[in-house]
Design a binder for this molecule. Structure first.
Ligand code: TXA
Ligand code: MG
Length: 311
């Protein structure tokens, strides 16, 4: 086993916060069974105690020890795990996960990441890791070690380095399977609604119109510190422009292009990194982003941008 993974495991065993890469964004992990470590993690992020954490495990077998499994969960897990999908299920009472990691809810969010280093860490630790994104609550999520250092501002006890980065660049899709009335997407991500529908069938109409259940989802979130303007077709001289495609308005103080070729996956991969870069750039006082198409990963990108732009 490589030494840095062993070091990370030793930190987790001591109740420390270990930042590690996943294919979506960097996570700030603690031993999910250690309530004191979980409480420290909430404090480090400035996260409200009512916003539960995602529990990371290496495989389906480990997930079944925490969540009341069903046929839909099995189908989704077989189709998309390991990968960028989080599943919400009823929590097995008395499972090892500390109550405060689930914010006292009767449900539990579980994910099997496919990043090799996340997998190695989970297997070496041998127990579930509770891990939110490695940022201060409400802010941009980091997709590189450098961004972790800026966005998690010294809150980590240990950072597991990697050289492959975050392939997806946006947080996992969250699907709620805890309600017998039908499934529901609580957060859009790389596993798209139509892919889930292809496995589970259409969600019932009644479920589609219920209010969003993920406690973190209604807030202003994923936000840079500078104001962000959406659907920009022209720019001001003091703005940092986040462009998309090859038809870019001129005149911004600084411009970064999410994907000159108009590739949505590439745009998602760059989104947080470029927002962070513009946020730090002294040449611009506010940010503007060009219109993003509502297809493929565009659905998740637009969702994050809409929250990031909330006043
Ligand atoms: O890609 C990801 O999911 C990343 C990486 C590190 O795995 N993690 C992540 O965690 O994005 P976080 O804490 O930033 O977002 C977790 C979301 C929150 O909106 C939370 O409210 C929701 O999951 N959540 C967790 N448990 C839930 C539950 N039982 N019911 C509904 N929503 C839940
Ligand atoms: Mg987060």
């Amino acid at each position: 086993m490589i030494q840095d993974v062993l070091d990370a495991v030793a930190h987790l065993r001591r109740g420390h916060i270990v930042v590690f890469p996943t294919e979506t964004v960097y996570g700030a992990g603690v031993d999910a069974s250690n309530a004191a470590a979980v409480a420290r993690l909430y404090a480090a992020k400035g996260r409200p105690a009512h916003n539960p954490l995602i529990i990371h495990v290496p495989d389906i077998t480990a997930a079944k020890a925490l969540a009341v499994w069903n046929a839909d969960a099995q189908s989704l897990a077989e189709a998309f795990w390991p990968g960028a999908l989080t599943i919400i299920l009823p929590r097995i009472l008395g499972c090892c996960v500390a109550d405060n990691a689930c914010a006292g809810l009767e449900t539990l969010a579980v994910r099997v990441p496919d990043h090799p280093q996340a997998q190695t860490l989970l297997r070496a630790f041998g127990a579930p890791i509770a891990a939110p994104s490695a940022n201060i609550s409400g802010r941009l999520s980091p997709t590189s070690v450098l961004a972790v250092k800026d966005l998690f501002t010294g809150q980590a006890d240990y950072i597991l380095q990697d050289d492959t980065g975050c392939r997806v660049g946006l947080e996992s899709t969250i699907v709620d399977l805890s309600d017998a009335a039908g499934w529901q997407i609580l957060r859009h991500g790389a596993v798209r609604a139509e892919q889930i529908e292809a496995v589970l069938g259409a969600p019932s109409l009644a479920k589609r119109i219920t209010t969003i259940k993920a406690p973190g989802m209604l807030l202003k979130h994923y936000a840079p510190t500078k104001p962000l303007r959406l659907n920009a077709v022209s720019v001001n001289v003091d703005e940092g422009l986040l462009a998309f495609g090859d038809d870019v308005p001129k005149g911004a103080a600084v411009m970064l292009n999410l994907s000159p070729a108009g590739d949505m996956d590439e745009a998602a991969r760059h989104l947080y990194a470029y927002l962070h870069q513009l946020d730090q750039d002294v040449r611009c006082r506010s940010l503007a982003v060009m219109p993003i198409p509502d297809n493929g990963m565009g659905v998740a990108v637009r969702d994050r941008l809409m929250r990031a732009a909330q006043k």
